[in-house]
Design a protein around this ligand. Structure first.
Ligand code: ZN
Ligand code: FE
Length: 264
């Protein structure tokens, strides 16, 4: 059975560490920094055998080569020559077996053009009751989404909506602890969203206890994340009341909300 834990890096990054308690093998997702990963591997007595990369930003790949030099590990990542150290370039339709569990590659451009995500529908061990898993880097955040640096708003919306199609009980592992700030913005957009109000008080409590608010679930994101709600009548009505509904299309609503967040 796969165990997943966050390794905190920089000010608000999470490097996700996956390990199999039986084999003592580990994988990490988006190691922006090698030092905290090395520390955790030692602490737990684990051997690093693989690395998954979602996109080329430094806070996701900065520790890649140091880890590769120190360990015999295989690196999977997107097709981008700007990232050095990738052994296997993966694309939509490909899959990667991580510690016995299969992950499908999803292409989710927008934040960057090379951005991919890793999705596992279920464990191969059918005796284990576990959830689908998603590692989505800086595309879908708890309560928010990444800034659109390289792609376009319609491209980012399509990527987010492809993630929103995943099963509701999918655990969503994003790469930053931005949740409280994201939810504060979400409440500015939808002050009357009750599921959102509940989420805000839950997240505040979690952070007060110094615990990560990640993972969330697709179901919770659909109910509370404004960037997955561009087709929601409730969200449109909230924008309308605030005189902010400029365009009725999902692309227009998304552009309005993303543009507002960029200046929030
Ligand atoms: Zn990024
Ligand atoms: Fe990042």
């Amino acid at each position: 059975m796969l165990t997943i834990q966050p390794v905190a890096a920089f000010t608000d990054n999470y490097i996700w560490l996956l390990h199999d308690p039986d084999s003592r093998e580990a994988y990490v997702v988006d190691p922006g920094d090698a030092a905290p990963v090395e520390e955790r591997l030692q602490e737990l007595g684990l051997t690093l055998t693989g690395i998954l990369i979602t996109h080329h930003h430094f806070d996701h790949v900065g520790g890649l080569n140091a880890l590769k030099q120190a360990h015999e590990c295989t690196v999977y990542g997107p097709d981008n020559s700007a990232i050095s150290g990738i052994d296997h370039i993966v694309r939509a339709g490909d899959s990667v077996t991580v510690l016995g569990r299969e992950f499908d590659i999803l292409e989710v451009p927008g934040h960057t053009l090379d951005h991919i995500a890793y999705f596992s529908a279920s464990s191969s061990d059918s005796s284990v009751a576990d959830h689908p898993l998603l590692f989505c880097g800086d595309t879908l955040f708890a309560g928010g989404c990444g800034r659109v640096f390289e792609g376009t708003f319609p491209m980012m919306l399509a990527s987010l909506e492809s993630l929103a199609q995943l099963p509701g009980n999918t655990e969503v592992y994003c790469a930053h602890e931005y949740t409280l700030a994201n939810l504060a913005f979400a409440q500015a957009v939808e002050p009357d969203n009750e599921a959102l109000a509940t989420r805000v008080s839950d997240a505040k409590q979690t952070r007060q206890q110094n615990q990560p608010t990640v993972p969330s679930t697709i179901e919770l994101e659909q109910a509370t994340n404004p960037f997955l709600r561009a087709r929601s009548e409730q969200l449109r009505e909230a924008l309308r009341r605030q005189g902010r509904l400029e365009q009725e299309t999902a692309e227009g609503v998304f552009a309005t909300v993303r543009g507002w967040k960029d200046n929030f």
